[in-house]
Design a protein around this ligand. Structure first.
Ligand code: F6R
Length: 261
């Protein structure tokens, strides 16, 4: 795992966007894994800038969302389908038919999960998966004690996650209790992972993910199994790590072919 402690919070998004843009420039029909929530917004904003200025073309990209709430009415502005439409598809000028989100309003959610895995298997592997991390260590919506062998399925959101995400809704009661999420094994199938985290609220989860034991109590620790995972964080999110000097030294001495800054 490569840990990059960015010079500023703004730099987190810029560096991660450069990594994603490198993949898109190598392959115009790359498969991109999309996270929602606040953490990746700066990545999407920077990619959108590159698209607007003619530096990047995302029109032939294929994309898969990590997760979706269950039970929100179709078209709800906080459903991840809508969030991705607003934050990613429109600003990056993706082709809507090439963007997939688990169907959280399906009558048969188990069948919807199987169909999602099948679509991923036909289209994938994902070339680069963008990730955030929950304050309880979740990635996607794989809450603590999720199986490392898990695939897309229904999960119950942890009370902590519902409380953290209540800021997007008018009250805690409106936050769905269930979600569909790619499993940890699904996420680990991606060729490359880039996880971003900002702020002191993420410091404990980041420390457990990077330096703690691999344990389902911190689903993010699954990244330790991935051969090509990059964690890009600001100083506050890095504040509970012990090997910060080594991470900085290692990044400063990256061989040219590995650089993305
Ligand atoms: C969202 C997702 C979640 C978020 C995590 C952090 O698609 O997969 O794992 O990345 O909950 O959320 P923010 O970025 O809002 O702090």
């Amino acid at each position: 795992m490569q840990v990059v402690i960015a010079e500023s919070t703004t730099q987190v998004g810029l560096l991660a966007a450069r990594k994603v843009a490198q993949v898109i420039r190598r392959r115009a029909d790359a498969v991109i894994g999309l996270a929602t929530g606040s953490s990746p917004l700066a990545i999407y904003a920077e990619l959108a800038r590159q698209v607007a200025e003619g530096e990047l073309d995302c029109s032939t990209l294929r994309a898969f969302a990590l997760d979706e709430y269950v039970g929100l009415p179709p078209g709800h502005p906080e459903s991840y389908r809508q969030v991705i439409q607003r934050e990613v598809v429109e600003p990056l000028r993706l082709t809507p038919g090439l963007v997939h989100v688990p169907d959280g309003s399906a009558a048969d959610v188990a069948a919807a999960c199987t169909a999602y895995e099948q679509k991923l298997a036909q289209t994938g592997p994902v070339d680069i998966q963008i990730l955030g991390i929950g304050s309880n260590g979740h990635i996607g919506f794989n809450e603590p004690t999720s199986s490392f062998a898990s695939r897309t399925r229904i999960k119950t959101l942890a009370p902590k996650t519902r409380a953290d995400n209540a800021r997007f809704f008018s009250s805690l009661d409106e936050v769905p209790i269930h979600c569909l999420t790619q499993g940890l094994a699904t996420i680990l199938d991606a060729r490359e992972l880039v996880l971003v985290a900002q702020g002191a609220k993420k410091a404990e989860a980041v420390a457990k993910m990077v330096e703690g034991p691999v344990t389902s109590m911190c689903p993010g620790s699954a990244l330790q199994f991935h051969p090509n995972a990059t964690v890009i964080i600001d100083a506050d999110a890095a504040s509970r790590l012990t090997l910060t000097e080594y991470y900085r030294y290692s990044y400063d001495n990256l061989p040219d072919w590995q650089r993305f800054d």
